[in-house]
Design a protein around this ligand. Structure first.
Ligand code: TMP
Length: 204
């Protein structure tokens, strides 16, 4: 998880490779999207000219794409014992639509539970970066600039502090990674967080 420009998508392949080297099967997913149906939904969400989109519509679209990827990809792979690393999941909806747009968190959690069938991550890594720095990185990197990136700075600040609120309420599930460091260091910190998690959950 993380705000814009935190480098999630760049880090995820290397992280998956690291876990593979430890002898596990791994897949990565990306939201919104990651399935044929989900990718079609992603296009509707991201289109710059969909400026009229109501925040409730937006939530239901994100959750529609998520319901599909959970049923089609995440759950079947977990059932086979495969490690799943997701580039964004339900916490993105709480951060962006809940804390960012100010929609009711209790209602959102119910919608998310419906969409995911109650599937929650074992460990969530927050790639934390200053909002302005993250947005600058996105512009400088020449990456895809979508309707959601174009929201006001204060919106992104609410998203970032929303993530920190979630970390406070469920500290055992989250690990905050300082994503302002050099990418190679961020990768080492991500790997360490996974090793610490495995040690804590399975070896102690
Ligand atoms: P990304 O592919 O660069 O991570 O962009 C996805 C965008 O969608 C990003 O601005 C965050 C936003 N988003 C939400 O607002 N809610 C969600 O539930 C998800 C998955 C993403």
């Amino acid at each position: 998880e993380g705000p814009e420009g935190s480098g999630k998508s760049m880090q995820i392949c290397e992280l998956a490779e690291f876990i593979r080297q430890q002898g596990f099967e791994v897949i990565t997913t990306r939201e919104p999207g990651g399935t044929e149906i989900g990718d079609q939904v992603r296009q509707v969400i991201m289109r710059m000219d969909n400026t009229m989109m109501n925040p409730r519509t937006e939530i239901l679209l994100f959750c529609a794409a998520r319901a599909q990827i959970v049923a089609e990809v995440i759950r079947p792979n977990l059932e086979k014992g495969i490690v799943v690393i997701s580039d964004r999941y339900a916490d993105s909806t709480l951060a962006y639509q809940g804390y960012g747009h100010g929609l009711d968190l209790t209602v959102l959690k119910q919608i998310l539970a419906f969409a995911t069938g109650g599937l929650t991550p074992d460990l969530t890594l927050l790639l934390d970066v200053d909002v302005e720095e993250g947005l600058n990185r996105r512009t400088a990197g020449g990456g895809e600039w979508n309707r959601l990136d174009a929201m006001k700075l204060e919106f992104h600040q609410r998203v970032r502090s929303g993530y920190h609120e979630m970390v406070k309420t469920e500290p055992h599930r989250w690990k905050v990674i300082d994503a302002s460091k050099a990418p190679s260091q961020v990768q080492l910190d991500l790997r360490q967080a996974i090793l610490d998690y495995v040690r804590r959950e399975y070896l102690e």
